[in-house]
Design a protein around this ligand. Sequence first.
Ligand code: GLN
Length: 232
Amino acid sequence: SDKAASSGEKVLRVGTNADFAPFEFQDENGSTEYQGFDMDLIRAVAKEMGYTAEIQNVNFDGLIPAMESGNIDIIASGMTINEERKNQVEFSDPYYTSGLTIVVPKDNTDINGFADLKGKKIAVQIGTTSMEEAQKIEGAEVKALNSSADTFMELKAGNVDAVINDLPVNDYYIVKTKATDVKRLDDKLTSEEYGFAMKKGNTELKQKVDAALKTLKENGEYDKIYEKWFGT
Ligand code: GLN
């Protein structure tokens, strides 16, 4: 941050919860060179706007408060655009379509979809759409944890019957960790769109971000970043 400030560059302060691969995460060394689809995209958006992105790692449920207290300008954190959040923030145009899925132990036979989660123990990440949906399930015991990584740990430890997370996060976990003891179910509960969130009323920034996103979609840069993280 000192480097950017001293060279007179304009800085876009980005908040993320860097525990949500493949959208935002740190490598094994815990480097602050944050990686992932959102990180590449927000850096490209900032660059397009003539800014340098400076990324801060914050708990997911602390992101909107961090913006409200003026510590960050924008949230890039796989955040689903929904009515409740629209009352609190300005969202950019959508940049990714996602949805919720379930992961269970491989040998599980009684949970085949969302309808089978009644009365079950479910791990979710705190403050997410997964938590909101899990809390609607009749008789379910919902464990709200700090990160998606924590939800998988609870499942591995046998402390919960299932986890609910965003589909690409569940799939990335299984592929990256070569997890053979769990499986992701096909049933998809929601269709959700991710947007970058900005402070309520900051329509000036929203317009710049949307314009940059549009340019990146038109000039092929968005597709390149998409291909890097989701291509086969
Ligand atoms: N898309 C989900 C939400 O917005 C989860 C986001 C996340 O955990 N980073 O609630």
